[in-house]
Design a protein. Structure first.
Length: 349
């Protein structure tokens, strides 16, 4: 059973040596999370490594020594930030909960479990209250979309969403980012197609777009597309919401882009949509076509907001708005969202 979270909690970062784990440490520092202790946990092969940490709360700057992650690692922990893969999360859930900690899990392990809240703090912060010791962090592409959908839904209820994603290599992990770098270099140096190294994706990612993320399902959609549909309905508490998704991997390092068309129950003008987005937490409107100003994934890496631009009427439906959004997949799509969830658990002064 979880215990009350203290004002200065002990935080464990599970999977600390991975791309998202390291970003957890960056975000804890940048938000000055009020931790009394931060533990870096990883597999046995990483134990003993040192990770630089700039400090947060009561934890001074310095190197964190990575500890091997075992069921006993969570004794005395209040909040465990997990990015170690679904199988690890499932294996250690009981140990975390029995230690009295709350697991905030970045994997897909528990997202659709009925007893586990799926939370984006700008959208459904109230759902953390009914957590059973586990809170799920949504899929990265879902997070940035619902942050933009929430303020629009408050103008007029949304009936239908059609989204096409342009997802960065980082969504497939650090090795995938390395593959994009190396493959691009090899391609430009004239390496033949059959001699290019292809491990992280189904096909060459350099100078290519791959309309295939995760596995294909029986209906011809991919699991990534299914995630966006199912998770959006759960987060927004709207089973009747219609969502159509096409997810594509593109040769970008960190930021996902999304083309989104929204159909509302009632009329919504471009001006109303813009005003709602400009006033929304976590959203930055970057939209001035006359000055060629719009969000671009290649230029927004390491930023925290969801950027929205190209806001315009969608004349193909009676009440439609179209827009484009961009967010850093490792930050808002993973580490930042999880730490923001953790902040919701910390008692306010």
């Amino acid at each position: 059973m979880t215990k009350p979270i203290p004002a200065n909690p002990v935080v464990a970062v599970a999977g600390a040596t991975g791309a998202v784990g390291r970003e957890f440490l960056n975000v804890l520092h940048q938000l000055d999370f009020p931790a009394s202790e931060v533990r870096a946990l990883a597999s046995a092969r990483s134990a003993g490594k040192e990770l630089p940490f700039e400090g947060c709360g009561q934890v001074p700057a310095g190197n964190l020594v990575v500890q091997e992650m075992t069921p006993e690692s969570f004794q005395g922990v209040d909040i465990a930030l997990f990015s170690a893969g679904a199988s690890v999360s499932k294996a250690l859930r009981e140990a975390v909960v029995e230690a009295g900690a709350v697991m905030i899990d970045n994997s897909s392990a528990f997202r659709m479990d009925e007893d586990v809240p799926l939370v984006v703090p700008e959208v459904n912060p109230e759902d953390v209250a009914w957590n059973p010791g586990v809170i799920a962090n949504p899929n990265c592409s879902t997070i940035q979309m619902v942050v933009a959908l929430k303020p629009l839904d408050e103008v007029s209820p949304i009936k239908r969403v059609v989204v096409s994603t342009y997802q960065a290599a980082s969504g497939a992990g650090a090795a995938a980012m390395d593959e994009l770098y190396d493959q691009t270099k090899d391609f430009l140096e004239g390496t033949s197609e059959e001699d290019l190294t292809v491990n992280a994706f189904q096909h060459r990612i350099a100078f290519n777009c791959i309309p295939h993320i995760d596995v294909f399902l029986d209906d011809g959609s991919t699991k990534e597309e299914w995630k966006m549909i199912a998770e959006t309905k759960k987060i927004m508490h709207r089973d009747s919401l219609e969502v159509a998704a096409t997810c594509v991997r593109v040769p970008v390092l960190r930021c996902h882009g999304e083309s989104i068309n929204v159909e509302f129950e009632g009329p919504v003008s471009v001006e109303e949509a813009r005003a709602a987005l400009e006033g929304a937490p976590g959203v930055v409107v970057m939209d001035d076509p006359a000055e060629n100003l719009y969000p671009m994934p290649g230029l927004l890496a390491h930023t925290t907001p969801v950027y929205v631009g190209r806001i315009r009427q969608d004349a193909s439906v009676e009440h439609g708005i179209a827009f484009w959004d961009v967010a850093d997949q490792i930050r808002k799509g993973a580490a930042l969202n999880a730490v923001q969830i953790a902040l919701l658990l910390v008692p306010s002064e």
